[in-house]
Design a protein around this ligand. Sequence first.
Ligand code: ZN
Length: 468
Amino acid sequence: MSVLPIFRSVIAFVFFSLPGTALAKEAVDMIVYGDYVLTMEKGAGVLNNGAVAVKDGTILAVGPRADIEAEFKTKKKVSGTDKVLMPGLINGHTHAAMVLFRGMADDMTLIDWLQNYIFPMEGKFVDKDFVRAGAQLACWEMLRGGTTTIVDMYFYPRIAAQVYKTCGLRAILGAPMIDYPSPGFTGWDDSFAAGEEFVQNFKDPSGRLIAAFAPHGAYTVSPEHLRAVLAAAKASGAPLMMHVAESPSEMQVMKERYHNTTVRHIAGLGMLDYPLIAAHMVWPDEDEMDMLAMSQVGPIHNPTSNMKTAAGFSPVPQMLAKGINVGLGTDGAASNNDLDMWEEIRHAALIHKGKSGDATIMPAKTVLAMATRMGSAAIGLGDVVGTLSTGKRADMIQLILTSPRLAPLYDVESHLVYVAGSRDVVTTIIDGQMVMRNGKVRSLDRAKVIQDAKVQADKIRAALEAEK
Ligand SMILES: [Zn+2]
């Protein structure tokens, strides 16, 4: 027997087991670490001392630190000491630029608020400059708090898209359509035409920004018009979003006008056969929840807004029990009054316990999934973001757990839901781009964001004063 094979295997052993052997490792753009890694994949727990390898904006691998370091090399390492690494948060329903109306009108009925403040102020002030300044301000707040994807429904979506392109946010931008006069439009015809034009012509080579249709609601858009927009959505394949069964006043209008509930009404129009992003969904009945479970609809729970406008309590625990992917959203900051997803997470975990008298419902793990994995599925991006998984886009955040407010630490998921918040987020990465590091948003000029918002707010304040 020749000794050569033995010699060869010894060589091979030495060669492949040498630590740091360049040939054996794949170069990646970035390795992000976490003392605690939550992939948020279904059934996954907390991975201690883990890491994620990122290349070309995509997650190449997730695993224990030692495994990732054995397989990949990089010049850019993002420390995970005392940090949680998890997917970025998904805000499934907002009107970002409305941050400029934050705190303008509170503590009034939904109708009073809408008809006497929001609609008149939108008519007077919402133009391209308003949307640019508002979207910037919103973007800063969202990136600071770890939100990486939003579903945005607001006027001048092209202007908002320019802002999101610069600041690095991932967004589905819904062109608003309504039967009544609205900023830039006289009514349905021109708002629908502009929406169709936007969806057909808007292109984002990065794939991060997606144009969508956003009819306001079934009580503000006629059945014929909803049919038209559904047909347009089907023809283009673009996402479709709408407020659905939000408030008792909406349900009353639907009953008087159509002798029907909102969900049954839109089911009759075929809207449940399309992946509709359905904001609020406060008032589906038992049968309607069964219909939703069989549909492609993604309900978005907005607990803070629903409480503030006294819209009611969405039957989220029941929808989840039926296997529906329910996402979370902030709604606009005019009815919230911020864009902080950690507050939505906490409210979602708390209000249903309080209402039902059952402290076991909406556990921390479930609510975190609503803000990540389930949220991504609800908005049609389940294959793209929402978990730290090989092949998905690299949208992720780190929170630091060193504040005395977070001590002691027994259970990471518990802390994320019941204690932690935006101020604990230190890193925000979207599409592999580091848009916030060490708590500093890098993709926006903070002073300019504040100054541009002030210019708009000064105009609004003057108008409010003049009306007194
Ligand atoms: Zn809304």
